[in-house]
Design a protein around this ligand. Structure first.
Ligand SMILES: Cc1cc2nc3c(=O)[nH]c(=O)nc-3n(C[C@H](O)[C@H](O)[C@H](O)COP(=O)(O)OP(=O)(O)OC[C@H]3O[C@@H](n4cnc5c(N)ncnc54)[C@H](O)[C@@H]3O)c2cc1C
Length: 379
């Protein structure tokens, strides 16, 4: 990947160099085997955690990397370039830490964050349910106050890291119907009553486990409620604003990988006595891919810089997620086209990138939901 990056400090430029080295040296050689085996690379994720790469945007005071979002996202892009499922693990872990880091009391941050950000533990984010996907405010998981804590009953769908997570950031209903009745709790993976269902059989991203998780009268102490009762929706949406930027960065990484591969192939493959890149139909397709990727990267980093400056950025995050993921779908599809028949078989990774790009248009708010958010914010 030959990307000219402008980073805010020398230190962040060095950090990016380190991430690139780890991603190319440790991740790239393993992705095909883990994907084929449908196996989650828990030890590899732990190694990233120990190198501080699981908690880059969180405060150093609690063991995070203290990096601005624009740096974190570029690191995530480098990881996604080599192995999207690992970048997704980093993104989901960061979603799961958001509530405690942003809305936790000082006591909760001091107690929970050092472990969450320390690199050993992995988080999951449990918002979606079978009957509450885009319309999460209608979710039905019940959270009942008891004398010494809370009891959680319900089933969460599509939980990334199900069965592997050490803690689950769970959203449930403590109050009446609608967004105001929701609350956010941190549940340890070992809690009695937490039941992991069978793994989903997905179109792609096979090395990332996804499953339903049941909460069968799971009890947690009162200190595991993050923020106040009724603040759950606000926390969930705040986490998704950050996560959407993460998804946009992953989309840029996947698209860049596909475009680089397609360029290399088109420079080697010869038909009609010429390299296929010299046919304008192919060369222009590659030119459009390069341009769209650059535009998506710029949009994503512009939104991140707003966040870093403490300015409102939700709408810009929605635009970045929408544009970058639609771009990744188009670019990866075109990369398959550039390779011809070779693009359609697993001997080359472009078909995998195309399957992975499809997921990005769906998660953390489908692209229809992003358009809804953006259109409601116009004017
Ligand atoms: C592999 C994978 C991993 C995931 N990981 C997680 C996770 O870790 N944690 C988590 O909480 N969730 C996770 N999800 C869930 C994901 O966020 C949801 O799938 C997504 O939000 C969409 O919800 P849904 O699937 O119920 O679709 P639905 O909401 O049922 O939508 C169906 C269709 O209707 C459209 N639609 C819905 N409402 C509107 C509207 N108002 N206007 C226009 N169109 C609309 C949608 O865009 C979509 O095309 C994951 C999903 C997948 C596939």
């Amino acid at each position: 990947m030959k990307v000219q990056r402008i980073l805010p400090t020398e230190e962040s430029a060095e950090l990016l160099g380190l991430v690139r080295e780890i991603a190319a040296g440790e991740l790239a050689p393993r992705v095909a085997d883990f994907e084929a085996a449908h196996e989650f690379p828990r030890e590899i994720v732990r190694t990233l955690g120990k190198a501080g790469l699981l908690s880059l945007p969180y405060p150093e005071e609690y063991g995070g990397g203290g990096q601005p979002y624009e740096v974190y996202l570029q690191a995530l892009e480098e990881i996604a370039y080599h192995w999207f499922a690992v970048a997704e693990a980093v993104n989901v872990h960061n979603l799961a830490c958001f509530g405690t880091a942003t809305y936790g009391t000082r006591a909760q941050r001091e107690e929970l964050l050092p472990d969450m950000l320390g690199g050993e533990l992995l988080g999951a984010y449990c918002l979606s349910e079978a009957e509450a996907g885009s319309d999460v405010a209608s979710l039905s998981t019940q959270v009942v106050r008891e004398e010494d804590g809370y009891r959680i009953t319900g089933t969460k769908s599509w939980v990334t890291h199900a069965g592997h997570a050490d803690f689950y950031n769970v959203f449930g209903r403590t109050g009446g119907p609608g967004a105001r009745g929701l609350s956010c709790l941190v549940v340890p993976g070992s809690a009695p009553g937490l039941v992991v269902h069978a793994k989903e059989r997905k179109l792609g991203v096979w090395s990332s486990p996804t499953a339903q998780v049941g909460f069968e009268d799971v009890r947690v102490p009162a200190q595991r409620l993050i923020g106040r009762e009724g603040k759950g929706f606000l926390i969930a949406m705040g986490a998704l604003d950050c996560g959407r930027l993460g998804i946009a960065a992953c989309a840029v990484g996947i698209a860049q990988a596909a475009a680089d591969y397609a360029v290399r192939y088109a420079k080697e493959r010869r038909q009609f006595g010429q390299r296929v890149i010299s046919f304008q139909g192919v060369g222009f397709m590659l030119a459009d891919m390069a341009t769209q990727i650059a535009a998506a990267r710029a949009l994503t980093l512009a939104a991140a810089r707003l966040k870093d400056a403490g300015r409102p950025y939700s709408l810009e995050a929605a635009k970045a997620k929408l544009f970058a993921t639609d771009m990744a779908m188009k670019v990866t599809t075109d990369a398959v086209q550039v390779l011809g028949g070779a693009g359609y078989v697993a001997d080359h990774p472009v078909e995998r990138w195309m399957r992975e790009a499809k997921l990005l248009q769906i998660v953390e708010g489908t692209n229809q939901i992003q358009r809804m958010v953006i259109s409601q914010g116009l004017g």
